[in-house]
Design a protein around this ligand. Structure first.
Ligand code: SF4
Length: 342
């Protein structure tokens, strides 16, 4: 059977071309686009499209959302989903509630090839990239389940978003569209482990999104142990790529730094971090590390305070990320493994 066309992977313009190839006027594609993002549950709901066109869409296209394989709700309201895709792959998404609205953390790949030692998503490597429609499906399914509008998007779930850049860019194009999700680029945060070539490619797009980079150690030897990507793209290269990015976009960089007890949480580390990023406009987001894998343990409160106080005392913008969903399996990759084991 021929593969069905995934309508959630298409821009409005592509849907107009699709309508024409199906013998309809181009504007029918615009109507179809409106239906997709205004909650139509089936082709039958699309009452301003002819019966013949709806039948043809039914036969050749799909507008499937992922199904909920498991859902966990934290006492703080954070909701974690394990979503099952049409081929059985399981991915994760997390919806967090803040005073300014709802934020979703999206997966961009099934599994991940980057091998970060502290991350449960790295176990088993990457199975495949997600399509733009599968990235979109996570938001639409979560919005439907929770009956809320999600206004902020972070790419910090399973997978390295820059390793699936084409689909991520297309997803953002559709999501920012007024008739799509109407979410401005400034409400997107893309988090990368530091794929320098792709950071430079992203810079060429000049999008006003927030770029976050997982650093976790300012020393190459230690960072290479925690994050194998550092062997290919060591810190000096990373900083060069970030300079290119900042020159092109004017955006402040977020440095993600997960504190691992007695390992990377000393003042020496804070000092070297400052030296390394000195030529950039940046903010340090200190993260209490999730005890997801052996060898990684949350730093004590005192150590966290000392680390952050040192940075802020030197005039560096630094905050500790609020822990949400601490009582559920909130570290990326953990829930998927639970679902697969059960
Ligand atoms: S931290 Fe991110 S880049 Fe690293 S293995 Fe996990 S999902 Fe991949």
């Amino acid at each position: 059977m021929a593969k069905r066309i995934d309508l959630y992977s298409m821009t409005e313009k592509e849907l107009c071309s699709l309508a024409e190839t199906m013998g309809e006027k181009a504007f029918r594609g615009k109507q179809l686009f409106n239906w997709l993002y205004s909650g139509a549950g089936s082709f039958d709901d699309m009452t301003n499209l002819s019966k013949g066109f709806r039948g043809a869409l039914e036969e050749n296209c799909s507008m499937c959302l992922p199904t909920v394989a498991r859902k966990q709700v934290s006492v703080d309201g954070t909701v974690k989903y394990a979503f099952r895709l049409s081929d059985g792959e399981v991915i994760e998404s997390v919806v967090m509630s803040y005073h300014h609205g709802h934020t979703i953390c999206l997966s961009t790949q099934a599994g991940c090839n980057m091998g970060c030692r502290f991350c449960a998503s790295a176990i088993g490597g990457k199975t495949r990239d997600l399509s733009c429609g599968e990235i979109m499906g996570q938001i639409l399914a979560a919005q439907k389940d929770l009956s809320v509008r999600i206004g902020n998007i972070v790419f910090m779930g399973m997978g390295e978003p820059l390793d699936n850049l084409e689909q991520v860019l297309k997803f953002m194009e559709i999501a920012t569209c007024e008739k799509g999700l109407n979410i401005g680029y400034r409400h997107f945060t893309l988090s990368t482990c530091g794929l320098c070539d792709k950071i430079v490619l992203l810079a060429e797009e000049k999008l006003p999104i927030n770029l976050a980079v997982s650093v976790h150690s300012p020393f190459d030897s230690q960072r290479s142990e925690m994050m194998p990507v550092n062997k290919k793209y060591p810190l000096a290269k990373l900083v060069d790529a970030l300079k290119v990015y900042q020159a092109a976009t004017g955006r402040r960089i977020t440095v993600e730094y997960a504190l691992n007890k007695g390992s990377n949480d000393s003042v020496e580390h804070a000092k070297e971090l400052m030296r390394l990023f000195g030529g950039l406009l940046y903010h340090v987001n200190v993260i209490p590390i999730n005890n997801a894998r052996e060898g990684f343990y949350k730093s004590g409160r005192e150590a966290v305070k000392k680390f952050v106080d040192y940075l802020t005392g030197q005039g560096v913008s630094a905050t500790v990320r609020r822990e949400l969903g601490a009582d559920i399996s909130a570290a990326c990759g953990q829930l998927k493994h639970q679902v697969e084991k059960s």
